[in-house]
Write a new protein. Sequence first.
Length: 184
Amino acid sequence: IAVPAWAQTAPDALVRSTVQEVLVLMKQSTDKRALQDLVEKKVLPHFDFRAMTQLAMGKAWRDAAPAQQKALENAFRALLVRTYTTALAETAKVDRTVEVKPVQLKPGDDYVTVRTLVREPGRPPLSIDYRMTLVNQAWKVTDIVAENVSLVINYRGTFSTEISRSGIDGLIKVLETKNKDAQS
């Protein structure tokens, strides 16, 4: 894969190397703390949590004060880390392979979808797409679409309902409480 001059690593190469590294490390440990450390060090640097939070908030993002935006971003990040770590812990010993489909980039492209197929014995393949944006010459994930269901859009409905009920501060409190309760 030729790496475009405007990016350090091609998006499909980035997904492929990260996925392979995670799969290898998952087979070495099912310890939740070790898996959380794995997520923090190997996966999260490739995510744009501000963009993900902004997309999940939709129109309400503009109504949030900068301090609320930061609190939302931190709480959403913690929620996603916990969710991802839990999923890894529950499936750490599953024998799986991930096929990363090649991406065709044209000069100037700053948005791409990297398509993958996750294969496990005895199950149909699972389609997981990573929507990525070029940020400061590095590709960052801004949404994950599993079996045609967008993570960001899924949370947008939940967030919108909570904002209608108790406002932006109420949403922040709900997210922070969920994250705190999960640590107990």
